[in-house]
Design a protein around this ligand. Structure first.
Ligand code: ATP
Ligand code: MG
Length: 204
């Protein structure tokens, strides 16, 4: 039988991308045996309208820098190039079209899966891809199952939970640190740290 390719999608605002994202994607790649992981910085996320998100070009370029050294990782500008709000379903659909016959795995943190109710076309999404919910400090996976039980009936088996080394790193904290003049070393790849300094991101 031919090898069915397995494609991971790691979506996020990536403002900026950090080791929490990279560890999650690499953990999923290794455990599921993904052939590649495509990092897709979001264009205009419908749920993040409450702070000034950094322009898409900067977030995309930081994603390129962060993923360059991993043979399995790629960055895609498909969402930042798409006008209007970004929805996971549209991205997954594009990847399905790009890789006919492939199994698609959408990798996300447990906190983001808890928002699943607000996602557009969640039932359709689960018919197109598996969702890998990775642990994130302060978000319990069991809480996730309790809540999902009420929301989803059959496609629950399409959601895979996965333990990854816990890194209490968030983009919000990195932005705050830069604003307050604190170090961000070892929270994210050095080229991304250099990019932030060079372009004076997150100063205010
Ligand atoms: P922000 O603080 O701006 O919300 P973030 O650090 O949560 O940023 P996002 O771009 O919102 O990063 O996250 C993209 C995806 O990565 C989400 O599914 C999120 O749950 C997951 N993620 C982010 N940080 C971690 C982490 N430290 N461990 C595991 N998953 C993470
Ligand atoms: Mg977040």
């Amino acid at each position: 039988m031919n090898h069915v390719s397995k494609i991971g999608i790691m979506g996020g605002t990536f403002d900026p991308i950090h080791y929490g994202h990279l560890v999650s994607a690499e953990g999923a790649r290794d455990e599921v045996g993904l052939d590649q992981v495509i990092f897709v910085p979001t264009g205009r996320p419908p749920h993040k309208s409450n702070y000034n998100i950094t322009n898409s070009q900067d977030r995309y370029l930081m994603t390129v820098l962060a993923t360059a050294s991993n043979h399995y990782f790629h960055a895609s500008s498909m969402e930042v190039d798409r006008p209007g709000f970004s929805y996971t379903i549209d991205t997954v659909q594009s990847v399905v079209e790009m890789y006919p016959g492939a199994q698609i795995y959408f990798i996300t943190g447990a906190d983001a899966v808890l928002d699943i109710l607000t996602w557009k076309s969640v039932e359709q999404l689960l018919s197109l891809c598996y969702i890998i919910a990775v642990t994130r400090p302060s978000y319990q996976l069991d809480k996730l199952w309790d809540r999902l039980g009420h929301i989803l009936h059959c496609p629950k088996r399409r959601i895979i939970s996965m333990e990854v080394p816990a890194l209490a790193i968030s983009s919000t904290d990195i932005r705050r640190r830069v604003r307050e003049g604190m170090t961000i070393k070892y929270l994210l790849p050095e080229p991304v740290e250099d990019y932030i300094a060079k372009h004076k991101l997150y100063k205010q």
